[in-house]
Design a protein. Structure first.
Length: 442
């Protein structure tokens, strides 16, 4: 009965969609009606936004602007690792691929674990003039099991898993055939003219020049990713049909084009990039001297995870001195990002640091400001139990992350290797080796 009703409503929805299209209206509402019917009555959907979603990162070795750009070290690891880690830990893809033409890039891709597969592209699609469209089309010819593509640019190192999760959901559950990344810009544009001619504004009126807060700005592609259907790609245009954008945060919209961008991008990555929980190096506690037993307990537990535990002296809870201690520990452990730190706070002076680190919590007895600033809310009522709860949460989440790198992909003839990167992170060894090993080829 459910299937019959679903089919009938699908026909009704399809009819209305046809009529709406005839009069020039967008049929998303009617399309969503069909999706809703399929969901409610569990009919077998024929929606194009179903099937195998593959992440594909194109990484050619012959970069002209920056030699060996895709594996050049950025903030401690190869450029390509930033987007691959985001893709893996999103859990949004049925398979994760790197399309390359060099052994060096293949080696770095496989270094992340068995979940990453490598497609060795042909010389015909490895030229300077080859488009991304042609390269992806060749990939699909070798992997007919793929229905949906998430093309992620290796040059967007501030990509976060949350964005990929949201976009994959839009493509799978919505009526869209293509979803791509944009960022909002507030830039006044002028028409380019030849010498001797007058220019004119393109997107504003100079006599009524708007203030930034009064102007929503414009949406511009930021190049981070392009998701779409195999049907569109085989029609030689990914951005066709039912196309929608996904707006990313400005601080996450980093695109490396030239070498001069590298130091700027590195600072942005250290502040706004995605750091895996497997990259945690330090737990900072401002919990007082009355928790020696708890401190020793969590120190032993996190030692096995490669995470050092440090206790801030209570007399040093002021902003300057606390920061001095933390930066000293960061230097000793040879890492630079606050996103590789977790924090247990209790005082108002901790709030600044709690907002900068990867995860933070506050003791039940903490001040209201610290409790509000914490990203993880402990359920335990006593301070000692809350400390244990927080540390167990970190260990469990790291375990879940490790499993994603050990995930056995749907293997269609590719070579798989044993996990490596996440194990080294778990050993607590600084992954500066990536930089040292490949600096000569960068």
């Amino acid at each position: 009965m459910g299937l019959v009703l679903s089919t009938a409503l699908n026909l009704v929805g399809g009819s209305f969609a046809f009529l709406a299209a005839s009069f020039g209206y967008v049929a998303d509402g009617f399309t969503n009606l069909r999706v809703l019917c399929d969901s409610v009555f569990r009919a077998d959907p024929t929606d194009k936004a179903k099937g195998h979603l593959a992440c594909v990162v194109l990484a050619r070795g012959g970069s002209k602007g920056i030699p060996q750009k895709n594996i050049k070290p950025l903030a401690g690891k190869p450029l390509i690792h930033w987007v691959l880690i985001a893709a893996i830990e999103s859990g949004a893809f049925d398979s994760v691929w790197v399309s390359t033409d060099t052994d060096e890039i293949e080696e770095q891709a496989k270094h992340l674990g068995s979940v990453v597969q490598v497609h060795r592209r042909s010389p015909e699609v490895s030229k300077d003039i080859t488009s991304s469209q042609d390269t992806i089309m060749e990939f699909l010819q070798h992997h007919p099991e793929v229905d949906l593509i998430g093309h992620i640019q290796a040059t967007s190192p501030c990509l976060h898993p949350e964005d990929l999760i949201n976009v994959a959901h839009m493509l799978r559950k919505g009526s869209f055939e293509c979803v791509f990344a944009v960022v909002r810009r507030h830039q006044f544009r002028w028409q380019e003219v030849k010498p001797g001619n007058w220019t004119k504004p393109l997107n504003f009126t100079p006599a009524k020049r708007p203030r930034r807060q009064d102007w929503p700005g414009e949406l511009c592609e930021n190049g981070s990713f392009y998701f779409g259907t195999k049907h569109n790609i085989n029609k030689s245009c990914l951005q066709r049909g039912r196309v929608i954008y996904y707006e990313m945060k400005a601080e996450h919209s980093v695109d490396i084009d030239v070498d001069i961008d590298w130091p700027i991008a590195e600072e942005r990555v250290l502040s706004y990039g995605y750091f895996s929980l497997l990259e945690l190096k330090l737990l900072v506690c401002n919990i007082g001297d009355g928790f020696v037993d708890a401190f020793n307990s969590i120190s032993r537990l996190l030692k096995d995870e490669g995470i050092q535990v440090q206790l801030l002296p209570r007399k040093s809870s002021g902003e300057v001195s606390a920061k001095m201690f933390i930066e000293k520990w960061m230097k000793e452990l040879n890492f630079r990002s606050w996103k590789q730190i977790v924090f247990i706070g209790s005082e108002e002076s901790d709030v600044e640091y709690m907002k900068k680190v990867r995860i933070s919590t506050a003791l039940p007895s903490a001040c209201p400001a610290a409790l509000e600033a914490s990203s993880f809310k402990c359920k335990e009522k006593t301070d000692s139990d809350a400390i244990q709860e927080f540390v167990k949460h970190i260990v469990n989440k790291r375990g879940e992350a490790k499993e994603k790198y050990m995930k056995i992909p749907r293997d269609f003839g590719s070579n798989k290797v044993l996990p490596d990167w996440f194990q080294q992170q778990g050993d607590g060894k600084i992954r500066q080796r990536h930089t040292d090993t490949h600096s000569s080829t960068a």
